[in-house]
Write a protein that binds this ligand. Structure first.
Ligand code: IMP
Length: 438
């Protein structure tokens, strides 16, 4: 089944600018589907003269002709979902009839947040720095086969399977967590109200996608977080609890690999990370603060300051391999406008060994020293530049060097937060699958 479908994947530690790129490309697609994560994500889109921050709802929602899907691999906090939908309606965007949620997606319940707090506390001096959204405990329940799925909410009778699961889970929560005891009966009643609002949106997403793809509708698969936060391929244990990399598309939506088509990796022109864990190119002090302020690097979900550093080609090349990237979208190039010299990490020195591979052990990665190539900054600003030829030559060379180091062509360059501040390289060999309308 050859397809024109496209997966958009974060190739660093999240916050690469996936929201902007998905919003930009969405008009060329009929469907935008999220396959993992939850409302820990914060996808920022500047459109209609405003800033939208989407957490659970796919970034295609701003386009009236696009259907948005939340797959079985996503963990859904109904309260967060409803407040996001209310917010969209208040901003003049009607998701009615355009948002469908998998009957197999797992539900984040209030006790998941309590359990996350206790788990983080129990890690003592080695916390993960999670988003406190209940994401990890919800995925734990899923793997332990005691999770609550959306389909389960249809039966909220006192003796039904949902009641039994809730009773056991709430009992465990009350044993583990301090504070007032939670009542499973109240939780059950709440879920009855949730179901009343959710039911019209619930569907078999895998089957929906199969029909859509057979009808030649184009699908964009929207990743959340990034490859380095992937529970299997990231800097474990300092990761999220899902597969944000390409494998998550199949498991999180119920599609086969041949449905994926092409894979676009999103990288920032430098590196950021929120939370704990190794970040080899991290800049402390003034240099890091300058990048943070020029890039406005504060978490879109939590407001936490992001750690900032130089572009790490070891990370990007690793992400290219894990995801089979066909092309890159390079975002926030303009943030480097104020920098006199640009460093790019081309390898790591770990003790007396040099490597260009990603170590499995986060303690080893934390000890690695980046090896830098230093490039001159650019003489003129790139902010708002909309054609590749109009970029200063030093910026063009920087992009070309990143292509060499990663082995992946840069098809899109973003030079500002606005949709229009984007260069789509029509001379690139991979642009045949980019929408003409973008
Ligand atoms: P959790 O996903 O809340 O469990 O957090 C696990 C780790 O992933 C923490 O370091 C978070 O800061 C990070 N994280 C989770 N979601 C995002 C995201 O959307 N962008 C960037 N970092 C994230």
């Amino acid at each position: 089944m050859p397809t024109d479908n496209l997966a958009v994947i974060g190739a660093q530690w999240g916050d690469e600018g996936k929201g902007k790129i998905v919003d930009l490309l969405a008009p060329a697609f009929s469907v935008v589907a999220r396959y993992q994560g939850g409302h820990n994500a914060g996808h920022t889109v500047h459109a209609r003269g405003r800033k939208f921050v989407l957490h659970l709802v796919p970034s295609g929602i701003l386009h009236a002709d696009v259907t948005c899907l939340i797959g079985n691999g996503v963990v859904v906090d109904p309260t967060a979902l409803f407040s996001e939908l209310d917010q969209l309606v208040a901003e003049g965007i009607d998701p009615q009839g355009r948002l469908r949620i998998s009957d197999r997606a797992h539900v984040i319940l209030p006790y998941h947040r309590d359990l996350e707090r206790v788990a983080e506390q129990s890690r003592g001096s080695r916390p993960i720095g999670t988003t406190s959204r209940g994401i990890g405990p919800a995925y734990e329940d899923k793997a332990a086969r005691r999770g609550v799925r959306i389909v389960d909410l249809a039966d909220t009778s006192d003796e039904g399977p949902l009641a039994q699961t809730l009773r056991a889970n709430v009992d465990a929560r009350n044993r583990l967590c301090g504070g007032g005891a939670v009542s499973w009966l109240e939780a059950l009643a709440d879920l009855g109200r949730v179901w009343a609002r959710l039911e019209p949106m619930v569907t078999d997403v895998s089957s929906y996608l199969d029909d859509a793809i057979r009808a030649n509708q184009r699908v964009l698969f929207e990743g959340a977080q990034g490859t380095m936060l992937d529970v299997d391929h990231g800097t474990y244990p300092f990761v999220s609890s899902s597969n944000g990399s390409i494998g998550g598309v199949c498991t999180g939506l119920g599609v086969g690999p041949s449905a994926i088509g092409r894979v676009l990796g999103i990288v920032k022109a430098y590196t950021t990370r929120v939370g704990e864990g190794p970040l080899p190119t991290e800049l402390n002090g003034d240099a890091g603060n300058t990048l943070r302020e020029s890039g406005q690097e504060y978490g879109a979900s939590t407001g936490r300051p992001r750690r900032c550093g130089w572009f790490d080609a070891v990370v990007a090349r690793y992400a290219a391999r894990i995801n089979g990237l066909d092309a890159l979208a390079l975002t926030k190039l303009d943030v480097l406008d104020s920098v006199d010299e640009v460093n790019v990490c081309v390898g790591y020195r770990c003790g007396d060994q040099r490597t260009t591979k990603m170590p499995a052990d986060p303690a080893v990665l934390a000890r690695c020293q980046p090896e830098y190539e230093t490039w001159p900054g650019w003489s003129a600003p790139t902010a708002g530049v909309r054609s590749f030829d109009a970029l200063p030559s030093a910026a063009q060379r920087y992009v070309a060097r990143l292509e060499e180091l990663t082995g992946v062509p840069v098809a899109i360059v973003s030079t500002g937060s606005d949709r229009a501040d984007t260069i789509i390289r029509t001379d690139s060999v991979v642009t045949t699958w980019l929408p003409a309308s973008a």
